[in-house]
Structures are given as C-alpha cells and as structure tokens.
Design a protein around this ligand. Structure first.
Ligand code: PEP
Length: 253
C-alpha cells in the first residue's frame, strides 16, 4: 500500500516576508486528516528559512533542481550536498521547465538524479509529454524515452525510495488538468515500464505523483485513482488554503 505525497513547487516565486506568511499559515492549519506526506520545494536561498520554520513539523522541504556535479568550477550551480545541509529531504529533477527553458536533456536529468541520491536526497523525477506529442499519439513513446534513460543507467533498483512525477507539459501552469483517466493511464504506463525491468516489486511501491494545474477543486478526484499517489503542485502551492485543501484531499484517500 503506497501512502500519498503532496509536494509544492514554488518555482521562481517567494520572498522572505511572503514565505514566512505562507509557511506560518500551513503550520497553523494543517489538514485535519494529515496522513499524507507533505513538502515544499523552495528556491535555493530559502532553504534555510524553510528549515528554520518547518523543522520538527509534518512538512518537509527540498529544492527544485540540483547540480549534476558535487563540487568544483561550476559557477552558479548548487550541489545536492549543499541542499542536504539545510535538512532537505527532496530534490526535484527533470521538471519540464528545466528541460525546455534550461536545456536539461534526458542524460543531464539522469545525472542530476544520481547526484541527488549521492547527497542522500529523495529525487522527484519528472516526466511528461507536450501537447504536440500527445496530439500526435506520442505520449507513451515520450514517457518511455524519459523513464528508460533512468532505467538504462541505474536499473529499476535505482528508483527504490525515489518518487516519479507525471507532469503533462500542456497542463503545467495552464489551468488545464489531465482528466483522471488520462492521469491514471499515464501512471499505469510508467509503473508498467518500470515493472518490466525488475523482479523485486519496486514499481509497485513507487509513488507516482500527478502534476499539472492540481487545485483544491480537482485534487480529490485525481487522488482517488488507484495509481495516482499524490500531487506535485505549482501555482496552488503558493496559496495556503488551496495547498492545505490539496494535502487534506490526499490524506483522505
Ligand atoms: C509544477 O510546477 O510542477 C506544476 C505542476 O505547476 P502547476 O500546478 O502550476 O500547473
């Protein structure tokens, strides 16, 4: 039985004062049904603030990316070890915005996944197709390519204890959400692809989150699907009542 996980992705948003207000609100009003795990992935400079406010609470924290390198002459990069030093549990890798805006290839994402692991972080490995790819019937081929890049490097065993997020690019920040059936189909495909490469039930234990305009209004029906193990939440994670309601919906399933 997989438990649910809800992760907020703040993206390039926030500031010390606003973060304090938001985190204080989350701490003040945790969901009544708090059985789902919860985390916020904040911009690097705010990891210390997240640690200071969230340590000892039910909310974990992490980063939205991590360098593929551990140290050295890589100006501007932030290593997994640095992220981990602030008590972080998670690091998102392969978010579609990193892939499309910053050119993170499948190979780079796999290296970032490994770097997060070396630092003791739980990677949240994002995959997903664009609208053009979906309309051309290429959703499964894209997901297979992205998942296989990881499996070919570390095998399915490399996913033990990690998290996968299915995030159709056309649903991110657009207000368009995949239907619960579209999400379930993609999650089943991803789980099956991983299961085909292993014999130890890693795929069955792997949390696969859905991301793409998750809100309080649609979270419950998405999380009710058997293979949707929670959500990676962008815009709605910046609004305390919305995010708490999504966390609550995850705890209810
Ligand atoms: C995301 O940033 O991962 C995301 C899913 O964003 P949004 O919820 O705003 O679509």
């Amino acid at each position: 039985m997989r438990s649910k996980v809800v992760v907020g992705n703040w993206k390039l948003n926030g500031g010390l004062a606003g973060n304090e207000t938001l985190l204080a609100a989350l701490l003040r009003e945790p969901p009544r049904n708090g059985s789902a795990a919860c985390a916020v992935c904040v911009p690097f400079p705010y990891l210390a603030q997240a640690q200071g406010m969230l340590a000892g609470s039910a909310i974990a924290w992490g980063s939205q990316d991590v360098s593929r390198y551990d140290q050295g002459a890589y100006t501007g990069d932030v290593s997994g070890k640095m992220v981990a030093e602030f008590g972080s549990r998670y690091a998102i890798v392969g978010h579609s915005e990193r892939r499309t805006v910053f050119g993170d290839s499948d190979a780079i994402v796999v290296e970032k996944f490994a770097a997060a692991r070396r630092a003791g972080l739980t990677p949240i490995f994002c995959v997903g197709e664009t609208l053009t790819e979906r309309e051309a019937g290429g959703t499964e081929a894209v997901l297979a390519r992205q998942v296989d890049a990881l499996l070919d490097k570390g095998g399915a065993a490399g996913l033990e204890g990690a998290i996968v997020a299915y995030e159709p690019v056309w649903a991110i920040g657009t207000g368009k959400t995949a239907t619960k059936q579209q999400a379930e189909e993609a999650h089943v495909f991803i789980r099956g692809r991983i299961a085909a490469k292993e014999q130890t039930n890693i795929a069955a234990r792997l949390p696969i989150l859905y991301g793409g305009s998750v809100k309080a209004a649609n979270a419950a029906e998405l999380f009710a699907m058997p293979n949707v193990d929670g959500g990676l939440v962008g815009g709605a994670s910046l609004v305390a009542e919305e995010f708490v309601a999504i966390w609550q919906a995850a705890g209810a399933h």
